[in-house]
Write a protein that binds this ligand. Structure first.
Ligand code: GLC
Length: 792
């Protein structure tokens, strides 16, 4: 009935939330303890502890002393921070070197300041409290200049001011639209950007939680259905530093194997071995690069995980090996639901060894998913995570290195869309209900799968794709944004969604390119592939019953343009890989919203239809049909059109022409861009590196290219190379210095070219001190200088 106008029947008055708010009231007692400062107020207990020099943790429990239970998100232990405390009549001050806290005593109100005295977080008429159900909540003042980013995977625009958001991992097949709230991931972390400076708040509570940046004009709130109010404030002051601080707590991604950032092809489903082979043959015949083919649920025997349907896939090992020889990886889907079947090994083992989720009374929970009635592993127990991880030997024995985790919210085909919240998770002897641990089910499945695969594949890097997750999911998996549709609106929506995932600590993310449900069109596939070639995760996937969506499905013209952009992904791979390295080291994402690099520029605050790659490349995809022009905002500085070499002055909007085969790309003046070569897949070695130098006038440009073996963890032991290129420009002379700094790894290529865009006509060139004659091209007035890299 709620799908019709009956939903707004006049007799159907919306129920008010009718939630009471009880403030924790006046401070009664303050004590310094080893774990922080403990405060007792009339109606609650608060602990303030300094986690690092720039991060403070506030924990409030209305019912008793805040507990210090370990968190699922955090991997960092608190540091020993020196805190100065001053106690005045009406307030107390707690100061660490880069962040401090003021506590007003009556009523108890907490404010957080940066070292320079800037007020970051403040409480006003309301502070921390709870309602009649003892659900915790707090209110913070909202400055007119506040912009909000992050919150994981949400629909709508980039800036979340004016939104109300719920965190509850949900399988949403209905078309995602701006009022779709909970999706598959719950990441209760956000950055506030105010007058060019940023701070972060991470609300580490796994219950269903809510953020309200809408109801009041001058305050916002966050709270949860259970548990404590437990949040961290990070001082920034730049948005990149906020991300570093947040990912210091929750972890960063490992380096992906290079094949994981190539082009991936999927469909629900490539149903037989013959179909997969024919698919691969088409890629080869057409010369379209591809790194991975996905096997959706049809590969299994009756949708039983860790099995193959031997009629459809008579020889999976041979299939995987044959593809591997061509440099192509197979990625099978693995869902958590284990078919209830007493003759099925995984079900037997799971039952006998007590691995499945069960009710407090001891009987297992069953839910309906693809295999029918199914049990669900209880990933909150270490022994179950190990068992499940070890089961992946089934795949690794075939030569598989990548796994696709789906339906791990967990999704169940019932009214609530998930497991009964009364189910009791074992949680390694500290049992908790599914109501409390629902949001971490996907994260823990990811931990189990990633660690299991890591152990099984002999030192190579596993690849994991997941649909569900919680804060910290970046440690184990890349994330795709679930069941989108082949709508232009969903192409547009995917950009802020992936950018906000990026500023929620998840740098490796992307949507189903071309759209999952609904029928795509050739034009939409082109425009989506253009954008997809530059999103961190690049997979074309579509649903059962939809039109074919492979690059060649719409005739030659569409094929040649999509091919051009898939090839471009491989040309740009050295640059993309470098950005993954940065994400691995700092937590700063590959795909960046403009505010991340230009936090002082008010025009960047809600740019949802453009993104940056690193700090030097701006991508402005076409997001509507029949459109060959668009406005592009270029932040200050000069920008080079990647295709035409036209130079634009930034700090303004420009109108850009983009015929169907053009994705608008701009490179910032003063930067250097490494380009590899087109190749069938990332297993093929790089033979030549080209460095494009974009520097108009006097000054200098530099770039450091990171390379490692792209497949093992040897980089952790410093087996990598950094090739530094430095160009300085003075009147009529361009000096280029190129050398390899660290020698822990020898790059595959020795030959390189430096392409200088727009040097003045009479310029002289010096390469590593030697005068060289460049080859001047009439096209775009560029000069090419050739060199050879000397390996130490
Ligand atoms: C879910 C996934 C989708 C997958 C399908 C069948 O809808 O989100 O990607 O293809 O299940 O496994």
């Amino acid at each position: 009935m709620l799908d019709t106008s009956f939903a707004i029947h006049p007799g159907n008055k919306a129920k008010l939330l009718n939630s009471t708010y009880t403030d924790i009231g006046k401070l009664l007692k303050a004590e310094k303890k080893e774990t922080g400062f403990l405060f007792q107020s009339e109606f609650g207990f608060v602990r303030v502890s300094f986690y690092t020099e720039d991060t403070v943790r506030v924990t409030m429990n209305p019912a008793g002393y805040p507990s210090f239970d370990s968190s699922f998100a955090l991997i960092k232990e608190p540091e020993n921070i020196n805190v100065k405390m001053t106690d005045e009549e009406d307030k107390m001050m707690l100061a660490a070197s880069r962040i401090s806290v003021a506590i007003q005593k009556n009523p108890f109100r907490i404010s957080v300041y940066r070292e320079d005295g800037t007020l970051l977080v403040a409480e006003g008429a309301r502070g921390m409290g709870f309602n009649e159900k003892k659900e915790v909540i707090c209110y913070k003042e909202m400055d007119p200049e506040d912009h909000f980013y992050g919150f994981g995977e949400k629909s709508g625009f980039l800036n979340k001011r004016g939104e109300k958001m719920t965190m509850w991992n949900t399988d949403v097949y209905a078309p995602h639209n701006p009022e779709t709230d909970s999706l598959y991931q719950s990441i209760p972390f956000f950055t506030t950007l105010r007058n060019g400076k940023a701070h972060g708040i991470f609300f580490d509570n796994t219950f269903k939680s809510a953020f309200d940046l809408k109801t009041d004009e001058d305050s916002y709130s966050f709270g949860a259905e259970g548990g404590q109010l437990d949040y961290y404030v990070m001082a920034g002051p730049t948005p990149k530093e906020v991300l570093q601080q947040y990912t210091e707590l929750t972890g960063r991604m490992n380096m992906p194997p290079k094949w994981a950032i190539g082009y991936h092809q999927s469909r629900y489903s490539y149903e037989t071995e013959a179909e997969v082979r024919a698919l691969v043959q088409s890629f080869q015949e057409k010369g379209i690069p591809v790194d991975a083919i996905y096997l959706d649920i049809h590969y299994m025997d009756g949708y039983r995980v860790f099995t193959f349907d031997h009629e459809r896939f008579p020889n999976p090992k041979k299939l995987v090996q044959d593809l591997l020889e061509m440099g192509i990886r197979v990625v099978p889907i693995v869902d958590p639901g284990v078919k209830e079947d007493p003759e099925y090994k995984t079900y037997q083992e799971g039952t006998w060894d007590d691995h499945f989720c069960k009710y407090i009374e001891g009987h297992p929970y069953f839910g309906e998913v693809w295999p029918g009635n199914s049990a669900f592993p209880d990933f909150t127990n270490t022994k179950t995570r190990e068992w499940w991880g070890q089961n992946h030997k089934f795949y690794s024995d075939l030569g598989i290195h990548g796994i696709w985790n789906d339906m791990n919210e967990p999704a169940v085909f019932n009214e609530t869309k998930t497991m009964d919240v009364k189910v009791m998770h074992g949680n390694d002897g500290n049992p908790k209900t599914h109501r409390e641990l629902h949001n971490v089910y996907g994260l823990l499945m990811g931990e189990s799968t990633y660690n299991g695969m890591k152990k099984l594949i002999g030192g190579d890097r596993p690849f994991l794709l997941t649909r569900a997750g919680y804060a910290g999911v970046q440690r184990y998996a890349s994330v795709w944004t679930g069941d989108n549709r082949s709508f232009w609106e969903h192409l547009a929506m995917s950009l802020p969604m992936v950018m906000n995932l990026g500023v929620s600590g998840v740098p490796f993310a992307g949507p189903d390119v071309g759209g999952f449900a609904h029928d795509t069109t050739g034009e939409l596939l082109i425009r989506w592939t253009q954008a997809g070639a530059f999103t961190p995760y690049f997979r074309n996937h579509s649903a059962i019953g939809t039109v074919r969506q492979e690059p060649w499905a719409f005739g030659e013209k569409v094929e040649s343009i999509t091919k051009k952009y898939i090839e471009l992904r491989y040309v740009w791979m050295p640059f993309m890989y470098n950005l993954f390295r940065e994400a691995h080291l700092t937590g700063v994402p590959v795909m960046r919203p403009l505010f991340l690099e230009y936090p002082e520029d008010p025009s960047t605050m809600n740019v949802s239809d453009q993104f940056l790659l690193g700090d030097s490349v701006l991508i402005a995809p076409i997001l509507a049909p029949g459109t060959t022009h668009r406005a592009v905002y270029l932040p200050h500085g000069k920008w080079h059109d990647y295709w035409t070499d036209t130079v634009y002055e930034g700090g303004q909007h420009v109108l850009i022409k983009a015929e169907l085969d053009v994705l608008p790309i701009f490179v910032k003046d003063g930067s250097i861009l490494p380009h590899g070569t087109v190749k069938p897949n990332s297993a093929i070695k790089e033979t030549k590196m080209t460095f494009h130098v974009y520097a108009e006038l006097d000054g200098s440009a530099e770039y450091s290219l990171y390379e490692d073996d792209a497949k093992t963890f040897a980089y952790e032991d410093d087996h990598f190379a950094e090739i530094n290129i430095n160009c300085s420009f003075s009147k009529n002379l361009i000096k280029i210095e190129l050398n390899q700094e660290s020698s822990g790894y020898t790059p595959d290529w020795t030959e390189y070219e430096v392409v200088i865009h727009h040097p003045a006509p009479e310029t002289e060139f010096k390469l590593n001190g030697q005068t060289v004659k460049g080859n001047r091209l009439n096209v775009n007035d560029t000069v090419i200088i050739k060199g050879t890299l000397q390996h130490d």
